[in-house]
Design a protein around this ligand. Structure first.
Ligand SMILES: [Zn+2]
Length: 390
């Protein structure tokens, strides 16, 4: 079987696999592996520890030299609790838009890349094109870590990477990094009539959360700033809190979660040090005077480096030459571009079809016009990769 499939045909197949991050993606990966095998392209699979999920890596063209990596994730966010007008796992066309979970984020891009495989191969590539499709991006860029480890073990590493997350085909040179934390506040229990003798974990959590909020206000007021981001500074926010059992018991435990989304040239460490100083100086002395075991414990839930590509880097001008647009931008959402650039050391930009506004929402869609733009980008890429000097 070596049928030519259009990007839309491929998208219909990819969307039909429910690859919500909690599920296995192996059926989808198997489909891509077979599809590539029909063109005599071998795929390498890099599984997770359970064997239920896999990254796929493949090289089109000469394998002995660094090439251009096209990267996308195969997982999607859940549709749970969302009201959809159509079946989210079936591509439905309406008003020049294709609806379905993942059409925009980002099975659309993966489909367009796959649809161009025959063209890439027929061109006689001088510069190879690497395909890198990951799992578990939506739950903190987890799968790509194993893929990067596999790439780092190769004799030949990609010379540049384009991550096709939805940017409406604009070239994105930077995005923020993110670290999310779980905090457990340990207090000591007592009847509430004896409150002053116990350590109220909920109240100490509240004091720390207010301090975090004060820090967030200061950063908003004083920076540091980078005006190319829509939110031009680092942000800190507390998202969940849980503590206490009944009103007449002083609560001994409280858990909350917060995240630091930092400008790519910053690190979350500076802010965590500030948080720890506040605890050491203002909160724990009082807590420990009442109970030696009382205090704060932090664990990192997930951590993702930012993307920070120099506007003068050749990957930026290369991507611009393929889009035909001369400007670049920065975005606040995280992608696998950060890990590719900062962990793997591969010059990377983000550039893909569709708008992030439609991602993760009910009635997610990609406009046909965006598919056309991305296809033109791939045609130019094919042209450029078959020239010896590229
Ligand atoms: Zn995505």
């Amino acid at each position: 079987m070596r049928t030519l499939m259009s990007a839309v045909d491929l998208m219909k197949v990819l969307v039909s696999f429910d690859t919500t991050s909690r599920n296995s993606n192996l059926e989808l990966i198997g489909f891509i592996q077979n599809y590539l095998a029909n063109f005599n392209v071998e795929s390498e699979l890099v599984h997770d520890e359970t064997g239920q999920k896999a990254n796929l890596y493949a090289t089109l063209g000469p394998p002995d030299r660094p090439g251009i990596m096209l990267s996308g994730h195969t997982d999607v966010v859940p549709v749970d609790g969302q009201v959809w007008s159509t079946n989210p796992f079936e591509v439905v066309e309406k008003d020049k838009k294709l609806y379905g979970r993942g059409t925009c984020d980002m099975k659309g891009f993966v489909s367009i890349v796959l649809a161009h495989v025959p063209e890439f191969l027929n061109r006689g590539l001088k510069t190879p094109i690497h395909l890198a499709f990951s799992y578990d991006e939506e739950i903190g860029c987890i799968g790509v870590q194993r893929l990067i480890a596999a790439i780092n073990n190769k004799k030949v590493k990609p010379k540049l990477c384009i991550v096709g997350e939805p940017t409406e085909m604009k070239v994105i040179i930077a995005h923020k990094g993110k670290t999310s934390f779980h905090c457990r506040v340990k207090g000591s229990e007592a009847h509430s009539s004896l409150a002053p003798e116990a350590v109220n974990a909920v109240e100490f959590a509240a004091e720390l959360i207010s301090h975090i909020k004060l820090m967030a206000r200061r950063i908003k007021r004083e920076g540091p700033f980078d005006p190319l981001f829509d939110i031009p500074h680092t942000t800190i926010h507390t998202g969940t809190i849980r503590g206490g059992t009944v009103l007449n018991i002083v609560p001994k435990e409280c858990d909350f979660e917060f995240e630091i989304r930092h400008l790519p040239e910053e690190s979350s460490d500076v802010y965590m040090n500030e948080i720890r100083d506040f605890i050491n100086q203002k909160l724990e002395p009082e807590m420990k005077s009442l109970s030696a075991e009382a205090g704060f414990e932090f664990s990192i839930k997930s951590s993702m480096p930012g993307l920070h590509t120099d506007p003068g880097d050749s990957v930026v001008s290369f991507a611009k030459s393929l889009t035909g647009m001369n400007d670049h931008a920065k975005v606040s959402f995280g992608t696998e571009a950060g890990p590719f650039q900062q962990t793997a050391g591969i010059p990377t930009v983000v550039c893909g079809p569709g708008s992030i506004v439609q991602a993760h929402k009910p009635d997610e869609f990609i406009a046909l016009e965006q598919i056309a733009k991305c296809s033109t980008f791939m045609d130019r890429l094919a042209e450029s990769a078959c020239i010896e000097t590229q």
